[in-house]
Design a binder for this molecule. Structure first.
Ligand code: BJW
Ligand code: ZN
Length: 262
């Protein structure tokens, strides 16, 4: 393993299939706390891993739905950062060069889409869609705070965020597409994830096992840091724009920012 962004940029330039896996760290520079950051204010007494479960929602639907709604409203006030924008640019350049590009995110904030990424696999769902636990009816929620917690469906059932909690299965199609993209790429870039949550972390294992080059971008080490080809210790909002520029230059390729994150 060498800490060498020019080698990684060279691989990015040559690769025919590029897969990117992102985690909460890519949104940190947009002002969104990472999942494993300590919670602040009213929430400081809670551990996020204890709230992100179906059992927690069954036990205290008011508490859990309120936490997710606060996060939804917080994200609504956040903008994509230079890391999100660099990945959107990477996708556009890949498209123009006939390169297969797959962006897989564990994030539920939709900031990749807000940055202009066109095709995003949301492995852990999204904060922006809420679902009735009784009838399964789903609806996009981009408005103000709910008036009751948990919000209720017209059928009378409780509504929950459309995210994937611990112990729940991921969407089968999404997971399968992500697995194919990890196994079939020549370069996998893992950005801003602690890489401890499965099956998302297995995508990194799969790429390594299949012989892909793997680049990790993270200010901190992860369980994969010693296994990957390049580990760039830095913030994604700084490292990714530099990587794309080193690989493809700084050509005219206007960033499109869609103002609505939801
Ligand atoms: C920066 C930065 C900057 C900071 N720039 N970087 C195999 C082994 C062990 C356990 C399991 C296993 N298989 C399954 C399990 C159980 C479990 C699991 O993985 N547990 C482990 C924690 C031990 N997995 C599951 O339960 C999954 N389901 C499942 O497997 O189902 C099986 C099943 C089959 C059939 C029927 C039923 C079940 C589901 C996992 C769902 C995860 N959901 C969450 C919550 C989503 C909603 C919400 O947001 O509240 O997803 S948990 C949470 O973790 C969230 C995240 O997407 C996910 C990953 O976290 P992430 O993104 O890596 O964030 P952090 O905070 O951990 O790390 C941030 C990183 O950023 C750090 O490294 C920083 O250094 C870095 N950073 N600033 C770049 N500027
Ligand atoms: Zn319903």
């Amino acid at each position: 393993m060498v800490d060498s962004s020019d080698q990684a940029a060279g691989r990015l330039r040559e690769a025919k299939r590029v897969t990117v896996l992102t985690g909460a760290g890519i949104s940190a520079e947009s002002g969104i706390a990472t999942f494993r950051d300590a919670m602040t204010g009213l929430w400081s007494q809670f551990n996020p891993a204890d709230l992100a479960t179906p059992e927690a929602f069954r036990r205290d639907p008011e508490l859990v739905s309120r936490w997710y709604d606060e996060r939804r409203l917080q994200v609504a006030g956040c903008r994509p950062n230079d890391g999100h924008l660099a990945l959107a640019r990477m996708e556009r350049i890949a498209g123009a060069r006939g390169v297969k590009f797959t962006l897989i995110t564990q994030n539920v904030d939709r900031l990749h889409q807000a940055a202009g990424s066109q095709s995003v696999i949301e492995l852990h769902g999204t904060l922006w869609v809420w679902r009735c636990v009784d009838c399964g009816k789903e609806a996009e929620e981009t408005g103000p705070a709910f008036s009751e917690y948990p919000p209720t469906c017209i059928c009378g059932g409780s509504r929950r965020p459309g995210v994937v909690w611990f112990g729940e299965g991921l969407n089968w199609r999404d997971l399968s597409a992500a697995g194919v993209a990890a196994k079939a790429c020549d370069l996998l870039i893992s950005v801003g994830t602690s890489s401890v949550v499965y099956p998302a972390a297995r995508l990194i294992e799969d790429a390594i096992a299949a012989g892909a080059k793997v680049l990790e971008v993270n200010p901190n080490p992860t369980p994969f840091s010693d296994e990957v080809d390049w580990s760039i210790r830095g913030k994604s909002g700084e490292v990714l724009p530099r990587l794309v520029e080193e690989a493809f230059g700084n050509g005219v390729d206007a960033h499109r920012i869609d103002s609505s994150a939801g």
